[in-house]
Design a protein around this ligand. Structure first.
Ligand SMILES: Cc1cc2nc3c(=O)[nH]c(=O)nc-3n(C[C@H](O)[C@H](O)[C@H](O)COP(=O)(O)OP(=O)(O)OC[C@H]3O[C@@H](n4cnc5c(N)ncnc54)[C@H](O)[C@@H]3O)c2cc1C
Ligand SMILES: NC(=O)c1ccc[n+]([C@@H]2O[C@H](COP(=O)([O-])OP(=O)(O)OC[C@H]3O[C@@H](n4cnc5c(N)ncnc54)[C@H](O)[C@@H]3O)[C@@H](O)[C@H]2O)c1
Length: 500
């Protein structure tokens, strides 16, 4: 086959497979379908180990479809990165508020040139997408633009050409799903709201998960009339209950219009705008009119349909995700899957870890310690305003799993806001195993929580005890120092029961 070259720089260690003995009947040792966080990491590391690697990805577009995507995948083009740019864009509103309280004279209301912002965002994402391709090809991998289709367990078709592959990796990620609401075609999904030509005046955001919370806070901070509608009494099911309540209370302090225990039942067009009708858990139906955008942030589905998987015996779970073992292997010996398509933990660093471990497992040194991804104690953060960052057990999970533990928590006004928006509060929380004194959970709601909890996540992995935190000298004055100055437990549980 033309154009496929084995990387000349062979690794200095002993690879897991003898790459010089690879079967000539294969065009590639390793072929990846999907150029997102997981796929590119797997392909790039495998190429670095000297494997003959190919990867295919759809053509670049902000909106993902069966035929559009782009190198870098969801995280780079319609996830983490554009979302974080929007978070930053919105933060200047609060900064201006704080600045005034600190004595700055801001003569007129600052305005945002949305077209300028979105133009810069598009330019930067295109650059990043190009970098993903460049990094893979410089590692020796080959990149194809086109839709990958599995013909059989050793054959992939891209752009009408078939390739024989020794190992195949499915890394096709996920795409947003819409619930069966009347008029749902009038609503948009997260791909769209991260790439709007114009900023809406009035937006309805449906869902209570990561995306809904982040987007609601972003649009509210950008001055858009934001209606945040969710089914439960509190947002972010699965997070620590005290943190959920605290975050939700802080969202309303910022003035956002929250509509808990409501679901949309109908979306229609009236006089060129949207009318969205809701059914509350209790009470009568009600509607919002004059809505520019209705975002359905109600979950995502693994991309496993229409890519030829049915021509293999690869087993899917009940939600359509690829079932894999601890090495990311499917039930078919040479087919592997990493990232969101496997419905494990749908986060970028997790997809990357799975890709990295797979490459090590297949092509790395035999004694590599990074062959099995570790899904235990994975930190996560909701980039809402304020951030909610979390690692380890929640208080509710600790009651079930640990039974004997102590809760340390503190809520306070961050120093910066003590001269400005005094109703802005921060919550820090630690859970400690009573028997071992090990820290088993860290949670924070507040500015920069993500930056702070990252370090504590590493400390938990290293088995840090409460005593070590107690003898750690804080950095003053910071919000982070609360984690080393919470001496007395707020609550103590014995045998899963709260002690008086
Ligand atoms: C709005 C939003 C915000 C997010 N924010 C964060 C965050 O802040 N932090 C975080 O950790 N995670 C975040 N995530 C989650 C994160 O983006 C995903 O977990 C991550 O991108 C998954 O990587 P992946 O490689 O599994 O899949 P993807 O990145 O989705 O990549 C899959 C790729 O496969 C391609 N593809 C699909 N089918 C084919 C085919 N047949 N042929 C060729 N190519 C194909 C797609 O075009 C896509 O590029 C966010 C997600 C969303 C939607
Ligand atoms: N900061 C981050 O790390 C980040 C940000 C965004 C997304 N993500 C990842 O992407 C994944 C998907 O995010 P998501 O927010 O789409 O999903 P999610 O699973 O976090 O939330 C979906 C929400 O939609 C609600 N919902 C579902 N069906 C509904 C219906 N019919 N009517 C009303 N509400 C309904 C659910 O109750 C839930 O609150 C997340 O699980 C997360 O792992 C991560």
């Amino acid at each position: 086959m033309q154009g496929v070259t084995r990387r000349s720089l062979l690794p200095i260690w002993t690879p897991a497979v003898d790459l010089n003995m690879s079967d000539e009947k294969y065009d590639f040792d390793f072929f990846v379908i999907g150029g997102g966080s997981g796929g590119v990491r797997a392909a790039r590391v495998a190429a670095t180990f000297g494997a003959k690697v190919g990867l295919c990805e759809l053509k670049l577009d902000a909106i993902s479809t069966d035929h559009t995507g782009g190198m870098g995948g969801t995280c780079v083009l319609r996830g983490c990165i554009p979302k974080k740019f929007m978070v930053y864009a919105g933060e200047f509103t609060d900064e201006c508020e704080d600045a005034k309280a600190y004595g700055w004279d801001i003569p007129q209301k600052p305005t945002l040139d949305w077209k300028k912002f979105i133009g810069k965002k598009r330019q930067e994402l295109e650059r990043l997408s190009g970098l993903y391709k460049k990094n893979l090809t410089s590692a020796g991998g080959q990149c194809f633009q086109g839709r990958g289709h599995v013909i059989d367990r050793h054959t992939v078709r891209v752009n009408d050409k078939e390739y024989k592959v020794r190992h195949l990796c499915i890394a096709t990620g996920g795409r947003p799903s819409k619930p069966p609401i009347e008029g749902k075609d009038l609503a948009v999904v997260s791909d769209h709201v991260l790439d709007l030509d114009e900023l809406p005046k009035k937006i309805v955001i449906v869902g209570g998960g990561y995306i809904a919370c982040e987007q609601a806070c972003i649009f509210h901070s950008l001055g858009v009339e934001t209606h945040f509608v969710f089914r439960q009494d509190y947002v972010l099911r699965g997070f620590d209950q005290e943190c959920r309540e605290f975050a939700q209370q802080q969202y309303s302090v910022h003035g956002m219009k929250m509509h808990p225990e409501n679901s949309p039942s109908k979306i229609e067009k009236v006089d060129g705008k949207l009318k969205v009708t809701f059914e509350p858990k209790k009470g009568d139906k009600w509607s919002l009119e004059g809505v520019d955008i209705c975002l359905l942030a109600t979950g995502r589905n693994a991309v496993t349909k229409g890519i030829g998987l049915e021509s293999t015996d690869v087993k899917l779970d009940e939600k359509g995700g690829v079932i894999v073992d601890k090495h990311s292997k499917t039930n078919v010996d040479n087919i592997w899957a990493v990232g969101d398509v496997t419905n494990r933990i749908p986060l970028t660093p997790v997809a990357r870890m799975e890709g990295m471990c797979l490459a090590h497992h297949l092509f790395g040194p035999k004694d590599s310690k990074t062959q099995v991804p570790d899904h235990d104690v994975v930190a996560s953060v909701v980039f809402s305003s304020p951030n909610l960052a979390s690692v380890g057990l929640t208080e509710e999970a600790a009651i079930e799993e640990l039974k004997d533990f102590e809760v340390f928590s503190s809520s306070f006004t961050p120093l910066k806001q003590s001269l400005s928006r005094k109703d802005i509060k921060c919550l820090t929380k630690l859970l400690v195993d009573s028997k071992t004194q090990k820290v088993v959970g860290v949670h924070m709601v507040g500015a920069e929580a993500a930056e702070i909890v990252q370090g504590l996540a590493a400390a938990i992995k290293a088995g840090i005890t409460k005593h070590t935190l107690d003898i750690t000298v804080g950095l003053h004055p910071t919000s982070a120092e609360e984690f080393v100055t919470m001496w007395a437990p707020k609550r103590v549980y014995k045998d899963g029961k709260l002690q008086k």
